[in-house]
Ligand binder design. Structure first.
Ligand SMILES: Cc1ncc(COP(=O)(O)O)c(C=O)c1O
Ligand SMILES: N[C@@H](CCOP(=O)(O)O)C(=O)O
Length: 413
């Protein structure tokens, strides 16, 4: 295993947030000594573990994630193990044969971040760190503060003062995260940490930490196992900082190299129109990303103008013959209602996946006979304001009636 710079290829000797040249870091593993059949047997046996490290839907795949970390420092809250659900109404909405949702919202802190955070914090602990930090729109912070609390360490959270979900910040505070609110966006918080984390002795747990990406690969490993190692035609994922698409691509590459899957699904990376610098770059075939200094989307988890992982994301899209698209906030909120009404639910950013599949089907990129899996990244309760916006008119408390049979029957029929 080695940690090297995506830009200059320099191999890191000491842990750092970025390479000296400014590039972000990635973990390279030699998988050649791993046997496909051995892994299949191991991963299947571990499905029946209860109460041990390997009952985690992340550490189940430890050999492909972080075998170098000593077992006694690894932490777990039983992350992963999230459901995969088929939805006829969502398939009909998008106009395709089969549509499934992988509900990462079922994680301990309610978002996909836990898959990566459990590994990043474990790595920090292995280095003796006990002050963890992130810039966040609310999910990374909730996840980090949960794992910091769980491991008896401290978390320092840099969060924009405006345009993010109050519920996520309350969740972060509830786990004991020390909050620093600032005027600006996630991008400004990242910039600050890149400059000052070392001086402040903070271990950065944002997704430019390559251990976050290693951990988030488990989402695709678990999905593949749930589908009996037979991949769908498409996997749709919302894009902000671009950690998920990077991890998805890296995980797929691992599985394909090992012969655990024999087909690479195509990745559909969906951004919100108001925060879509990566989509714009891919669409216009540019060779570098032009940051958006003033991003804005109602899907606040994706309100990111300068995604650190764009080079890894581009590799993932190219590897899988994937595609990028952008959707409006209105399209996102409409798709969210379909997902909510399925009894699964999600926060707005996650619904960009379904909105994106619908759009790509409408323009003929996706065929009606194809099968797509949408990754639902965050829980319905993560954004209470969005629920109020969409559903407050449904709340019976606002339209109280006398409990007479006559009045109730008007409501019921
Ligand atoms: C719920 C949710 N969905 C999607 C995203 C975007 O994912 P990524 O930053 O990995 O592109 C985020 C934040 O990162 C998020 O919190
Ligand atoms: N939506 C994210 C922003 C991206 O964070 P990162 O962990 O990928 O750096 C959040 O919840 O903060």
């Amino acid at each position: 295993m080695r940690i090297q710079c995506v830009d200059c290829g320099e191999q890191m000797k000491d842990w750092a947030v970025r390479c000296q040249c400014g590039g972000i870091l990635e973990i390279k593993r030699d998988l050649s000594s791993l046997d496909r059949d051995y892994l299949l047997k191991l991963f299947n046996e571990r499905l029946y573990e209860r109460g041990t490290l390997y009952a985690s839907g992340v550490w189940r795949y430890r050999e492909l994630i972080a075998p170098e970390l000593p077992q006694d420092i690894l932490i777990t809250r039983g992350e992963g193990n999230t459901g995969l659900y088929s939805s006829k109404s969502a398939a009909d909405y998008a106009g395709i044969r089969q549509l499934q949702f992988k509900a990462q919202s079922e994680n301990p802190s309610g978002s996909f971040k836990d898959n990566g955070m459990v590994v990043a914090v474990s790595h920090g602990l292995s280095l003796g760190k006990h002050r963890f930090a992130c810039s966040s729109t609310g999910n990374t912070s909730a996840s980090l503060s949960l794992y910091a609390a769980w491991s008896g360490t401290s978390s320092y959270i840099f969060a924009p003062a405006e345009h993010i979900s109050a519920a996520k910040i309350s969740q972060t505070a509830a786990y004991g995260g020390h909050l620093v609110r600032f005027h600006g966006t996630y991008d400004d918080g990242i910039h600050f940490l890149e400059q000052y984390a070392d001086a402040l002795d903070l271990y950065v747990c944002n997704s430019l930490n390559p251990y976050r990406i290693e951990g988030q690969k488990s989402i695709i490993f678990e999905l593949a196992q749930q589908l009996n190692w037979s991949m769908p035609d498409w996997i749709a994922i919302p894009g902000g900082a671009l950690s998920n698409v990077s991890a998805l691509g890296k995980g797929l590459e691992d599985l394909f190299t090992l012969g655990l899957i024999n087909k690479l699904p195509r990745i559909a990376l969906i951004q919100a129109e108001g925060a879509s610098p990566f989509h714009r770059m891919m669409q216009s075939n540019d060779t570098s990303l032009l940051p958006d200094s003033n991003p804005f989307t109602r899907a606040s988890a994706m309100n990111i103008g300068n995604p650190p992982s764009w080079k890894k994301a581009r590799h993932a899209i190219q590897l899988t013959n994937g595609i990028t698209a952008s959707v409006t906030d209105e399209e996102i909120m409409q798709a969210k209602q379909i997902i909510d009404r399925n009894g699964i639910g999600c926060e707005p950013a996650s619904a960009a996946t379904l909105a994106g599949i619908k759009k790509l089907r409408a323009i003929g990129v996706i065929d009606k006979d194809e099968h797509a899996v949408c990754i639902l990244t965050g829980h319905l309760l993560k954004d209470i304001a969005a629920l109020d916006e969409l559903y407050s008119h449904d709340q019976t408390s606002q339209q109280a009636v006398e409990l007479t049979q006559e009045q109730v029957s008007i409501k019921c029929y």
